[in-house]
Design a protein around this ligand. Sequence first.
Ligand SMILES: [Zn+2]
Length: 61
Amino acid sequence: MSRSVSEKLGEGWRMMCPENHHTLEDQVGPTVYCEQCNCAYRYDDLIDKAELGSGKRGYRH
Ligand SMILES: [Zn+2]
């Protein structure tokens, strides 16, 4: 497994909601709350800037 999303969230700059906000609060379960969107997202919906920078979508086989 790759690093957990909650670890990545701890890196501040890295994870964004689908609207490109960084105002994410980790919640119980695999979800975060975006203060600017005023709603919750699943980890699967988030954007990882580190993966964008590598030119891949981050799916490994
Ligand atoms: Zn947002």
